[in-house]
Each structure stands twice: as structure tokens, then as C-alpha cells.
Ligand binder design. Sequence first.
Ligand code: ADP
Ligand code: ZN
Length: 433
Amino acid sequence: MTNPNRQIDLLDREEIATLQLERLRRTVEVAARSPHYREAFRRAGCDPTRIRSLDDVRRLPFTTKQDLRDCYPDRMLTVGREQLVRLHASSGTTGQATVIYHTRQDLDNWTSLIARSLKMIGCTPLDTFQNMMTYGLFTGGLGLHYGAEQVGMTVIPIGGGNTHRQIQFFQDFRTTVIHITPSYALHLIDAIRDLGLDPAGFHLRRLIFGGEPYSEATRTKLEETFALTAYNCYGLSELNGPGVAFECRKSEGMHVWEDSFLVEVIDPESLEPVSPGELGEVVLTNLNREAMPLIRYRTRDLAFLHEDTTCPCGRSFRRLSRITGRTDDMLIIRGVNVFPSQIEHALMEIPEVGNNFEIVLDQEENLDRITIRVEIRGETFHGDIRELRQLRQRLGHAIKEEILVTAGIELLEPGTLPPVIGKAKRVIDNRRI
Ligand code: ADP
Ligand code: ZN
């Protein structure tokens, strides 16, 4: 039996498993109250009352983004209107938005997950937290907000954009913790330098990343430039939002909060589980949600689970690797599978590369052509054509080595591409489908 007084993030594997089974059973029962799951369970021929072990989750049907769309606006609801206190909708990175409802208890649970995560990385009431993610339907804003308040941090709900004001606030309020997308953080570097300031010269100590994939090279660049520690935070609006998994101070993967989510990693083709340590699609089941629990939600995010369940930080919640991309952001270029994150990785390792780029795909005589338009750092523009030609060649080689396809490289002056303040849209695909 789980000791209710034990600090939840210190539970051991056995306690976690016991809690998960208890909550999985309850969740499946609750889900079956919605028109969608009642029908889906019936069609899959599964009896929700017969969940005996955690492995039995594999007998339950998957839920896809399409299911959520088909159920719009409320066919997955399990409670009456009077119990709902908020709804969020996904920002629609791909296709039509989807909606998720929350009860009071759902929001309180989410808030506790965020508070737990922030404490894990060392945040205290002495910190000032500038939340630079968009507020509104997007969960990055309100999602972190209440958890940070619960910790007792001074929260600045500034939202995304208005970059000069953001920088002013860093100075005026001595901000110590920021929450931001990696693309916006890169843009911020340029904006700070344009003002003649040093990005390392503020009081910033921690940077929480989320909302989109980024490479190790980008992380290193941001940590060095801002002189702080960056922590990865994973989530999606379908499963609350940020705070499904959060990196601890050991930075060896993100702890999945398994008291609230059951995580599986599957092969997206065969739908069978992959072995621990192997890359696959992350599938999540809510274990602690009332209004709209999701069963085996296929996130389309690619990652792997670390085999080892003992983290040097002492927690035994399983750790998820960084998200390397989504099954649906994979580009097929001349038959080769390419993820935008691979291109980002290759670019960010080259010191002359600036903080913004885009990937353009065209078709010429039925052959795919890929061009990478990349801003380079102001200091490297000396007007020396030979130097620029060499840089272009170096970039071309680095990209080819990473993605195995030859790409055209276009060098741009800083500030040529539109600044990114939320999630970046890096790919412009002009090919005929
Ligand atoms: P959408 O982008 O589909 O509108 P959300 O706004 O909820 O939906 O975004 C969730 C998605 O953002 C995740 O499925 C994932 O692809 C991406 N994401 C969120 N956090 C991270 C992270 N830390 N690393 C990489 N990708 C992330
Ligand atoms: Zn840890």
C-alpha cells in the first residue's frame, strides 16, 4: 500500500506501480462514461472492469488526434457542464485545433505537477519567474503560471513577444527563471545584443524550455550565452499541457510523472512496444483526470525511455529522452527521411551560424530540392566573399553528413527572417503532393 504521507516524487518503483494500477482502473471506468470511449471499448471488445495488471493497458484501444477531432466539441466528456471550470485548445501545429476540458480537481492536479517540477529544479519563493510563453488557449502560459504561484515564486505573466519589454523586465524585476520556446530564446539573444547588452549579464539562473524540439547544440549555446542552466519540459495540451515530464538537476532525461501518466513507447508501424532504450512514438494515458481522461493517446512525438529507473537525483520515475521530432514532421527528401531537428543540430554546431533559419523544399523536374536559408552572425560579415563561400561550403558538408542529402545553402544577414516568438515554423514545403 502506498504511504500517503510520503513525498510523491520519492515513491519507489513498486509504490508507483501500485498507484498506477489503482488509477488506471479508475480512469478506464471514468472514461467509459463518455460516448466516445463507451463505443471504442465496445468495438475493441474490451471489458474495462477486467484490468488486472498494468500490461492490460495493451488491450485498450489507442486514441488519436483524429479521434479528438471527431469528438469535437464534447463527445469525450465524462462529467456534467457544472463541473467544468476551464477548457484549453491545442495551438494546432498540425491541422485543426482540439479541445480539452478540466474540472477544478484536474487543474489542481496539474498545478501540483508543475509545482513539483519547479521545486525539483530548485525554484523557491525567492525566485522571480517571467513566463514568456503565450497565454490564452495555448497551455504554455497558464499551465506553468499556477504551479509557479503555488511554489511562491513572483510570477510575471508577460506572455510571448514584446521583446524589448521582456529585456527591460529582466533588469527591473531581476528575473531569475524564464519559460520560453527554444526558438524564441535564440531570437532573444540577438535582441539583447542589438541593444548593446550582454545576455549573460542579467540575473537569469534557470531557463525552462518547452513546446518544440531542440538539439543538444542549441541547448549548449543557450546555456553558455545566458550563463544559466536549461531544463527541458515536455507536455501537450491533450495531456494537460507542460509538466507531463520534466528534467531534474542531473539533466539525464525528463522524469515522466507516472502517478499521473502511464507512458508507453511503441513502434508507430507495428504498434507494438519497442525495447527500453529504443526510439519510438510516445503513447500516454491519463491516470488522474476527471473531465476528459485520454486512453493510450498517440502523441506522434518520438523519444525513448531510459532503461535505468534509478536516477542519480534519487527519483525512480522513468526518464524520457528529449523529443527528437514528430512522426508527422518527418520530411521525405528524395526518399530519405529527414527531421528538421537534424538540420538544426548540424547548423547550431557551427559558431558562425546565427539564431534563425528556415528549410525550403521545392521540386525541379520531379526531383526534390532542399534549400537552407540561414542567418549568420553579424561579426562574421566582413564583406569578404571568399570567406563567405568557405562558410557556405562548410555548412553544406555538415548538412550532408547529417541528413545524407545535398542541400543548397543561402546565407542571410541577421534579422532577415521574421523573428519567432512562440513555436517556430521552420519548413516551407512548395512541393506538389
Ligand atoms: P500542437 O502543437 O499540436 O497544437 P500543443 O500546443 O499542445 O499542441 O503542443 C504539444 C507538442 O509540442 C508536443 O506534442 C510536442 O510535439 C511539442 N513539444 C512540447 N514540449 C516539447 C519539448 N520539451 N520538446 C520537444 N517537443 C515538445
Ligand atoms: Zn532525476
